[in-house]
Ligand binder design. Sequence first.
Ligand code: ADP
Ligand code: MG
Length: 320
Amino acid sequence: MFLFYFFFFTNFTNMTETTKFGGPENDLSNQKPGETTVFLSSSSNLVSSDKQNERVIVITSGKGGVGKTTTTANLGMSIARLGYRVALIDADIGLRNLDLLLGLENRVLYTAMDIVEGQCRLDQALIRDKRWKNLALLAISKNRQKYNVTRKNMQNLIDSVKELGFHFILIDCPAGIDVGFINAIAPAQEAVIVTTPEITAIRDADRVAGLLEANGIYNVKLLVNRVRPDMIQKNDMMSVRDVQEMLGIPLLGAIPEDTNVIISTNRGEPLVLNKKLTLSGIAFENAARRLIGKQDYFIDLTSPQKGMFQKLQEFFLGED
Ligand code: ADP
Ligand code: MG
């Protein structure tokens, strides 16, 4: 029997538009954002996109190692592939690694710190992805660079990035809830909280949800990562629904535990770029489509029965 975890969640039922998903070979970069796309505003009304609707979303968690950077890279790449201009901001100071996940590590010459110190211009520090030119990366600081970016600096920086016409600005937040976290959330109007189905991560996620609200960020969604359906079936892991109910945050998506995540990290190629689709890659693309306000297919994270995975591939590649 198929267990569709997401069936229970009605948060997205207002979104009616469905579109076939382009496979890696479908270049969607010429699609004009806003022409066929609808956004879901915080008040759940459908509004058409325009330049005023740029969205600044912080990807946060509290606990380290739960998948914030993986999520930022994959959501960012997916949204870029749907034709939007996306800027990814690596605000994880001490443990900068978004550049590695994107395979852009050799191209980080300048950082936001250099902009703040007047050493370079914003366009020099923004690295354009060669695969998807509508995707750019900005690192806040290099690993051992002295860090003294303030909230105001962060706000000004994101304002300047907005002026360049990006539709989505995703901020990869550092772990913890100290100054790095406070700076990273400062320019955001929305947040995605990433957690694993573990009690320690959930408690930190809850703490972060409270802090986001205290800082005026009310549009928050939940992404549950490293889900193991086999463990859930044996009652050794909380289900996605349990996690969602504990936190009381609308669900954006659930990503299975998958060794392909590690392979893609090591290759510097986000999962969603893989020619051979993986369940985790599909789950990230699913979450990205919900983030931009498109109704989506609910995927099954239980061990895919024979033929199911094939059907999913066909669905997303439009071959059915
Ligand atoms: P964070 O940014 O929250 O510290 P990362 O995105 O760097 O977390 O992920 C931490 C580690 O977990 C990385 O080695 C990454 O490859 C691995 N990881 C993340 N998500 C998954 C997943 N769904 N399946 C398997 N490994 C994962
Ligand atoms: Mg990280």
